[in-house]
Ligand binder design. Structure first.
Ligand SMILES: [Zn+2]
Length: 152
């Protein structure tokens, strides 16, 4: 099995870990970190709906909490009661969190129905013209180089 198949298979398995008593929409995700390790996550709902966490962010936070800082690829799969019959795209919040830990031009996002039936995107395709960590660094660097720029 290649890396992509393994990643998608992990995302599909993670749908079984989902806690989704309100929507019954079970989602699983898996991320491939730069270390080569794969981390899984599932959506976790809450009676106070705003406390709900998506599968993709769960997987990314697992990776970050394990010390990872760069993510190369993300796979996501989900469906009603964990039966995956259609492609399940990441929400906007998850796309933004992916942006924090990956290069939008090279990070792959697989939206999968099975290890052989998936759509492949770069993060840039899913989140064009994005705001990321370097946006803040550039601003900070500009302010350091030209401290009076704001007063001109
Ligand atoms: Zn999400």
């Amino acid at each position: 099995m290649d890396d992509t198949s393994t990643l998608i298979e992990t995302a599909l398995q993670m749908t079984q870990k989902s806690y989704a008593p309100y929507s019954n929409f079970h989602v699983g995700a898996a991320v491939l970190a730069a270390s080569g390790k794969i981390y899984g996550g599932a959506n976790v709902e809450n009676a106070s709906y705003g406390g709900t966490m998506c599968a993709e962010r769960s997987a990314i936070f697992q990776a970050v909490n394990a010390g990872e800082r760069r993510i190369l690829a993300v796979a996501v799969a989900g469906g009603p009661k964990g039966v995956v019959t259609d492609y399940c795209a990441p929400c906007g919040l998850c796309r933004q969190v992916m942006r924090e830990f990956g290069d939008p031009k090279t990070m792959k996002v697989y939206i999968a129905k099975s290890p052989t039936d998936y759509r492949e995107y770069t993060l840039e395709q899913l989140l064009p013209e994005s705001f990321g960590p370097e946006s803040l660094e550039l601003r900070a660097a500009a302010e350091i180089e030209k401290p009076s720029a704001l007063y001109i």
